[in-house]
Design a protein around this ligand. Structure first.
Ligand SMILES: Nc1ncnc2c1ncn2[C@@H]1O[C@H](COP(=O)(O)OP(=O)(O)OP(=O)(O)O)[C@@H](O)[C@H]1O
Ligand SMILES: [Mg+2]
Length: 158
């Protein structure tokens, strides 16, 4: 399986539905770093992810509350933070193999952030049309083989 995969979404509903299908494949203990410009679809993706994880509460944009927990999902927004601030969010508590952590503007954690034993997946959202979004996945070499195989059915090779 190639380490770079992509999904071309034609609509917000398609992005959410895709995220919902991805959700059960993510072993707890996965960290998702979501990047892409304002309005690219990161929160839309997280809403679908929540649905796929069986979360019953409405996911809001974590604007002032930077970390919101919807067990087993943890939704984080790093938009206003610098790499140095991220360590103060207490995310380590969630790196216990029982949570899926989705971070909007995840690259702000910096390339050296220590995610412990979690598998890390980077998703980059690009706006390629009014409703078209290209979501490019970069996969951690630690992602379990079966997950990589399942991802093949949900994504295309780069
Ligand atoms: N294919 C698509 N996928 C996702 N969202 C789409 C798509 N097409 C249109 N949209 C619309 O684009 C907007 C995406 O907003 P969303 O809040 O998900 O973006 P975001 O990346 O979280 O932005 P921010 O950086 O401000 O948090 C929504 O209004 C959504 O309806
Ligand atoms: Mg958002």
């Amino acid at each position: 399986v190639s380490r770079g995969r992509r999904f071309d979404s034609p609509s917000a509903a398609a992005t959410a539905a895709w995220a919902a299908r991805l959700a059960p494949l993510l072993a707890s203990g996965t960290v998702l770093l979501l990047d892409g410009e304002l309005g690219a679809g990161k929160t839309t993706f997280v809403r679908g992810l929540a649905r796929g994880l069986g979360v019953k509460c409405a996911v809001r944009s974590p604007t002032f509350q930077l970390v919101r927990e919807y067990h087993p999902l943890v939704h984080v927004d790093l938009y206003r933070l610098n790499a140095g601030d991220v360590a103060m969010l207490g995310l380590d508590d969630y790196l216990d193999g029982r949570h899926v952590i989705a971070l909007e503007w995840g690259s702000r954690a910096g390339p050296d952030y220590d995610w412990g034993d979690a598998s890390v997946m980077r998703l980059d959202f690009e706006m390629v049309g009014p409703r078209r979004r290209r979501i490019t996945l970069s996969l951690d070499e630690r992602l379990p083989g079966p997950l990589l195989t399942l991802l093949e059915s949900l994504t295309c090779a780069l």
